[in-house]
Design a binder for this molecule. Structure first.
Ligand code: 1HN
Length: 356
């Protein structure tokens, strides 16, 4: 029966889906894959991230760190740090897709030995004073609220000659450097590098609104490596008297490389902002996920309808392109950092302001 024959032929003929699948399997064996099957997943209409908003209460972090202090020395650990791992990125040593963050403890009398690596590091001091870090032969004291830079490939070691624990937030561009497969690291032959410049030298030389006459103006890393809180706080306090409030940010300043006016570090941008008591910000979003460290005061930040209530020394993270609002219950000072410096250089950075 001709009609039945026709039907059988139709049933035997592979469907379009089957023909495509067979083709994908054949080309896969030679390491090809069809773009049209993945296009909308790799080029999203707007940022999509596994990174989630999250807050780490300082009280809990500090208790765990102190326990670590009993378990391992800074010398043995090399760096005694608890990584702040984003709940959406567990197992990846990341606080955001592009950034690493951790809390480091150096106990009285300890040394974290000298080494260097390609990754840039920032330190934001959350507890203690009387500790120090050394970079390129100069020691700088560390006190609460100070922002301290370790530029890429510079030897650095930390010490604590005080009788109180020193705790700070480390921010590193580790995921970015890994993305580029550009990581190098090595130890220093000595536990502590030799001190060859006086404490305060770089502040005087580069941080007094002057630069040495022949300073290389192309340098991408700030030659200032400690931005003391006392000066930052004083600047914010002077400005608040002029009432220059931004609806999304309150009073927000960025740390700069005095040589270029750009961000202080090549990959990471750092900020300090003041929100006066009772201030509620208008919604804001940007493509750089942001890590916040609370210096003073308390308040609530809301991301996607979820409230994060914070107080002094708490750390919280806001993913890329999520609307955020802040409310300060009392005068609040927030330090923050992100990958904005890298995004700017790559022409990627975007922001959007919402209506209050
Ligand atoms: C590092 O060198 C320090 O120098 C802290 O204090 C955290 C995390 C990963 C790799 C290197 C430091 C680090 C780190």
């Amino acid at each position: 029966m001709p009609d039945d024959d026709e039907d059988n032929k139709m049933a035997d003929a592979p469907t379009e889906a089957q023909r495509r699948q067979a083709y994908y399997e054949r080309i896969a064996a030679d390491d090809f894959t069809p773009l049209w099957e993945v296009l909308s997943a790799i080029i999203t209409k707007e940022p999509k991230s596994d990174c989630v908003a999250h807050l780490w209460p300082y009280e809990k972090a500090r208790a765990y760190l102190m326990e670590a202090g009993e378990l391992i020395t800074a010398r043995e650990a090399e760096r005694r740090v608890l990584i702040l791992e984003n709940p959406g990125l567990r197992g990846q040593s990341r606080i955001t897709t592009s950034l690493y963050a951790g809390l480091q403890l150096v106990r009285p009398g300890e040394v974290a030995p000298a080494h260097r690596h390609s990754q840039s590091a920032l330190r934001f001091i959350v507890e203690g004073s009387g500790g120090h870090t050394a970079v390129d032969g100069e020691r700088t004291p560390m006190a609460v609220g100070d922002f301290v830079i370790t530029p890429p490939w510079t030897f650095h070691d930390h010490g604590n000659h005080s009788d109180e624990p020193m705790i700070w937030l480390d921010g590193l561009d580790i995921p970015m450097v890994s993305f580029f497969d550009a990581s190098f690291a090595e130890g220093h032959p000595d536990e502590e590098q030799a001190v060859i410049r006086e404490t305060g030298d770089s502040q005087a030389r580069y941080g007094a609104n002057m630069l040495p006459i022949d300073f290389d103006s192309r340098s991408v890393v700030s030659p200032v490596f400690n931005y003391p809180y006392a000066r930052t706080r004083e600047a914010l306090e002077s400005m608040r008297r002029q009432d220059e409030w931004d609806s999304c940010h309150g009073l927000k300043m960025r740390y700069i490389n005095p040589n270029t006016g750009g961000f202080a570090m090549p990959t990471m941008a750092t900020f300090m902002q003041l929100l006066p008591s009772g201030f509620s910000t208008a919604p804001y979003r940007s493509t750089d996920a942001m890590v916040f460290s609370v210096v003073e005061g308390s308040g609530t930040s809301t991301v996607d309808g979820v409230d994060m209530a914070w107080g002094p020394k708490d750390i919280f993270v806001v993913p890329s392109w999520k609307w955020i609002t802040h409310h300060a219950g009392e005068d609040a000072v927030l330090f923050s950092f992100s990958d904005r410096a890298a995004q700017h250089k790559l022409g990627l950075w975007r922001e959007q302001r919402g209506k209050s």
